[in-house]
Design a protein. Sequence first.
Length: 117
Amino acid sequence: MLTVLLVIHVLVTIALIGLVLIQKSEGGALGIGGGGGGGGMGGFMTGREQANLLTRSTGILAAMFMALSLAIAVVTGQSTERGSILDSVETPAQTAPTPAVPAEPVVPAAPTAPVAE
């Protein structure tokens, strides 16, 4: 269920971003669409009809975005497993540190001279 909601949420988000970028900017900012002539749709709609359609579509997609965000929050909040991510990380076993200084080196005994009797 959560995966389906997330996929739909991503698709709505991409569509919303696209619609916002297509709209004609009023302040000369980033608007891509709405260039000169009869509008961006090749004379199919007048400039006002196109603006109304894009504004209405943006509002609908924004409402869907908010509804999906709330639905994802509710579905995620209903999970039975509560806790922290840090609780699931296993800590390595504590071992005694090895000494940095090696043990006393073994010195071979000096050769003994033969004893004369």
